[in-house]
Design a protein. Structure first.
Length: 281
C-alpha cells in the first residue's frame, strides 16, 4: 500500500437513513539494515542504521547488542509524512576496535501492522588495511605470507631486481614455492598484502649454499671409510687371535707348565745309554 489514510465510508440504504463506518488502514514498514563501513580508529563512529520506512502506525526499532552493550550506544529518529506514515531510523554507534570485529547484533522491529516482530541480524565489520606482514616457513622450499586485514588481503610476490620465473617458482595466493634449491634462486623476495584500505610489505632473503650439499656428501664418505676401517681392524684382530691359538694351543683351562730341568736331564742320560749300547754291540 502506498496510501495510508483514515477513511470514512457512508452507506445510503433505501429510505432516509445513513450509516458511517470509520476504516483504519495498517501499513507494514519496509525494513533494512545498512552497514556504514567503519574503519579502524580511536574515535566513536556510526556502525550501522536500521530503518523501518513508511509504516502506519509508527514502528518501534531497537538494537540487541548482547555482550557489547557497554561498548555501544543507539539513537532513534522518526519522520512523519503527510499521508500518515512514519519512517523510523535507529543508529548504532561505538568505538571501531578490532576486538568487536565480526560480532553479531540484531535489529528488532515491532509494529501493530506486523503480525510478529521482525529481527534483522547484523555482523559488525571493522574495516582496516593489512597489519604487519610476516613470512612463515612451511618447508625448506615453501613460504607463506601472513597478515590480518578486513576485507581479506590480496597477495603479490615479487623478486628484487628480477622477474619471477614461472619455471623456477610457483605462486598460489599467499604461498611461494621454490621449485629447485639452487643458487640461481638466491635473492630478496617481497610479499605485498593489499586491500581497499591500504597495503604493506614483507621481505624474505633466500640464500642456498652449493657447498652445503658437497659438505654433506664428504661427511657421508668419511663415515663410510671410518666404518670400513673398523671392520678391517676387527677382522685382522680375529685372524691374529686364531694364529696365536694355533701356535700355542691350550690344554684345558689355564696356561701349560714348561718342562722341568730334571726331565730334560733324564732324557739326555737315556740318549747316552743308547749310544753306549750301540758301540758295545
Amino acid at each position: 500500500m502506498k496510501a495510508a489514510t483514515r477513511s470514512i465510508f457512508t452507506l445510503f440504504p433505501s429510505g432516509n437513513q445513513k450509516t458511517e463506518i470509520p476504516l483504519n488502514l495498517l501499513v507494514p514498514p519496509f525494513t533494512n539494515v545498512q552497514d556504514n563501513l567503519p574503519t579502524l580508529g580511536t574515535e566513536e563512529v556510526l556502525f550501522a542504521t536500521c530503518t523501518a520506512a513508511g509504516s502506519k502506525p509508527p514502528a518501534e526499532v531497537r538494537w540487541l547488542t548482547g555482550a557489547l552493550r557497554d561498548k555501544m550506544r543507539t539513537t532513534t529518529n522518526s519522520t512523519q509524512y503527510d499521508n500518515g506514515t512514519t519512517t523510523t531510523v535507529s543508529s548504532l554507534f561505538g568505538l571501531p576496535m578490532r576486538e568487536i570485529n565480526g560480532h553479531q547484533v540484531q535489529c528488532v522491529i515491532s509494529s501493530d501492522s506486523l503480525t510478529k516482530e521482525e529481527t534483522l541480524p547484523f555482523n559488525i565489520q571493522i574495516y582496516f588495511s593489512p597489519t604487519e606482514v610476516n613470512i612463515r616457513v612451511i618447508t625448506e622450499d615453501s613460504f607463506e605470507c601472513v597478515t590480518e586485514a578486513n576485507p581479506n588481503a590480496n597477495f603479490t610476490w615479487s623478486r628484487s631486481g628480477q622477474a619471477l620465473l614461472q619455471s623456477a617458482v610457483k605462486v598460489e595466493g599467499a604461498k611461494l614455492q621454490l621449485l629447485s634449491l639452487t643458487s640461481d634462486l638466491n635473492g630478496l623476495y617481497q610479499c605485498e598484502a593489499s586491500n581497499t584500505y591500504g597495503s604493506k610489505h614483507g621481505q624474505l632473503f633466500v640464500h642456498y649454499h652449493l657447498a652445503s650439499g658437497a659438505c654433506s656428501a664428504v661427511w657421508a664418505l668419511v663415515g663410510v671409510l671410518f666404518f670400513l676401517n673398523v671392520v678391517v681392524a676387527a677382522v685382522w684382530y680375529l685372524d691374529k687371535s686364531r694364529q696365536l691359538q694355533r701356535c700355542f694351543p691350550s690344554h684345558g683351562v689355564g696356561h701349560s707348565d714348561p718342562p722341568s730341568p730334571r726331565s730334560a736331564g733324564d732324557n739326555h742320560r737315556q740318549e747316552q745309554e743308547k749310544l753306549q749300547h750301540v758301540s758295545e754291540a
